[in-house]
Design a protein around this ligand. Structure first.
Ligand code: LMR
Length: 395
C-alpha cells in the first residue's frame, strides 16, 4: 500500500537551510528562509524570552495537558497587541472575538482554512506571488484557489486586481490577505487602500482571512496592524492567523494564534468549538513552552517594554539595510531603489532561476529560487559583497 506513494520534492525554502549549513565558505550569505539576524549575523533568543523562560523553569509546577485551545492566558494577553486596546475592548464586550493558540502561524492559517471549508467556503482568493506554503495549505484542505496579481508594475500593490476579485467573488468565497510585510514582495497596501478594502469586503460579504506574521517589523506594532484592524472593525466576520515566530524570535518553538471574529457571541462560540475539534483531530493541542514564555512577558510590564524595544531594534535595523540596498539603482542592471519603499523582511529581485543558482555557486549567496531575499539576512558587513555578487550575475 505505502509503496504507492510518489516521491515529493523537499520544501525548496527549508532545503536551503541544509545547503547553506553544508557550505564551507566563510563568506557565504544566507538570504533564504525568513529568520531575523542582528548586525552581527546572529539570531539570538530575545532577552525578554530568556527572562520569561527562567521564570518558567523556576515557577512552572506542571506540564499537564491544557486542551486544544492551548494557553488562553497567552491568547488573551496577546489580543490587545494584535487588535489594539479599544478594538479588543469593543469586540470582547460584544462577545464577538475569541482565539486559540496554534502551532505557529502555519497552524493558524491551516486552522483558518479548515474552518472556512467546514463553514462552506469553496474557493479562496489569494494574491500572487505569496508565501509558497499558502498554496500548499489551501490544496491540502481541498480548497479551490483563485489567484490575483499582488504587486503592480509600478511597485505598489495591485489594487485594481483586488477590486476586481472582490467585485466578482461568489458569496461563499474567502480572500486571504497578508496583514503587513508581504511575503515575498514586501509590497503592502497603503492605509487608504486598506480603508477601501474594508469597505469593499463589508459590502461584498466575502470572508477575509488575514495572515499577520510580521507585526512590528514594517512600520511599527500599531502601524502594521492598521489594515487588519480596519478590516475587522468593518466586517461582521473575519479570521486572523497570527505568528509570534518572528516578533518574539520563537521560530522552532512554533507559537501562533488564530482569532475568530463573528457577528455575535453565539456564532463565535460555535466557531471556536469547531476550531477546537479541528485542532484536536490535527495536533490535539499546541506545544506549550513558547506560548507560555510569551504569556509571562505580556503579563509583566517591564518584560513587555523590553520585548517591544527588541522588536523596535529589529525594525530599525531592517530599515537601515533596506536604505543601504536602495542606494543602488544599478546593481548590474537590477534597480534596488524599490526596496527602500517596501516593508518587512522580504523583497523580490528580478533574477532568473539560473542567476539564483549562480549566486549560490559562485558567490555563496543563498536565496529562494523565486528571487526572494530575506533582507534581514544582510548586515553592513556583507551588503557590499551581496550587491557586487548581484551585479556580477546580472550585469
Ligand atoms: C519564510 O517565508 O521564510 C518563513 O515564513 C518561514 C517559513 O516557514 O517558510
Amino acid at each position: 500500500m505505502l509503496d504507492k506513494l510518489t516521491q515529493q520534492p523537499p520544501d525548496a525554502l527549508l532545503a536551503l537551510i541544509k545547503l547553506y549549513n553544508a557550505d564551507p565558505r566563510a563568506s557565504k550569505i544566507d538570504l533564504g528562509v525568513g529568520v531575523y539576524r542582528t548586525a552581527d549575523g546572529a539570531t539570538p533568543v530575545f532577552r525578554a524570552i530568556k527572562a520569561a523562560e527562567k521564570r518558567l523553569v523556576d515557577g512552572q509546577d506542571t506540564k499537564a495537558y491544557l486542551g486544544p485551545e492551548g494557553d488562553m492566558g497567552f491568547v488573551n494577553a496577546l489580543m490587545p497587541h494584535v487588535f489594539g486596546d479599544s478594538l479588543t475592548a469593543k469586540l470582547t464586550e460584544a462577545g464577538r472575538i475569541d482565539g486559540m493558540q496554534t502551532p505557529g502561524g502555519t497552524g493558524a492559517v491551516r486552522l483558518a482554512v479548515a474552518l472556512a471549508a467546514k463553514a462552506g467556503v469553496k474557493k479562496i482568493w489569494m494574491g500572487t506571488p505569496s508565501w509558497p506554503n499558502h498554496a500548499q495549505i489551501l490544496a491540502d484542505c481541498g480548497m479551490e484557489v483563485g489567484t490575483f496579481n499582488h504587486a503592480a508594475e509600478n511597485g505598489s500593490a495591485d489594487m485594481a486586481a483586488l477590486r476586481d476579485v472582490i467585485a466578482s467573488a461568489d458569496a461563499n468565497d474567502a480572500v486571504l490577505l497578508h496583514g503587513a510585510c508581504h511575503n515575498p514582495t514586501g509590497v503592502d497596501y497603503t492605509n487608504e487602500e486598506w480603508d477601501e478594502i474594508a469597505g469593499l469586503l463589508k459590502d461584498s460579504g466575502t470572508l477575509p482571512i488575514i495572515d499577520l506574521a510580521y507585526q512590528g517589523l514594517g512600520d511599527g506594532m500599531a502601524e502594521d496592524a492598521y489594515g487588519m484592524r480596519t478590516l475587522v472593525s468593518a466586517v461582521p466576520e473575519a479570521l486572523v492567523a497570527y505568528s509570534c515566530d518572528k516578533n518574539f524570535g520563537l521560530y522552532r518553538d512554533r507559537v501562533g494564534a488564530l482569532y475568530a471574529i463573528g457577528g455575535d457571541a453565539d456564532v463565535v462560540t460555535r466557531i471556536m468549538s469547531n476550531g477546537s475539534s479541528l485542532a484536536r483531530a490535527n495536533w490535539s493541542m499546541p506545544p506549550d513552552h513558547g506560548g507560555a514564555a510569551v504569556r509571562v512577558i505580556l503579563e509583566d510590564e517591564d518584560l513587555t517594554a523590553d520585548w517591544l524595544a527588541e522588536v523596535e531594534d529589529m525594525r530599525q535595523r531592517i530599515g537601515q539595510v533596506r536604505a543601504r540596498l536602495a542606494a543602488n539603482s544599478n546593481a548590474g542592471g537590477v534597480d534596488l531603489t524599490p526596496l527602500g519603499r517596501q516593508k518587512g523582511m522580504f523583497a523580490m529581485l528580478p533574477v532568473s532561476k539560473e542567476q539564483v543558482e549562480q549566486l549560490r555557486k559562485d558567490h555563496g549567496v543563498y536565496m529562494a529560487g523565486s528571487g526572494r531575499i530575506n533582507v534581514a539576512g544582510l548586515t553592513m558587513g556583507n551588503i557590499d559583497a551581496f550587491v557586487a555578487a548581484l551585479a556580477d550575475v546580472t550585469g
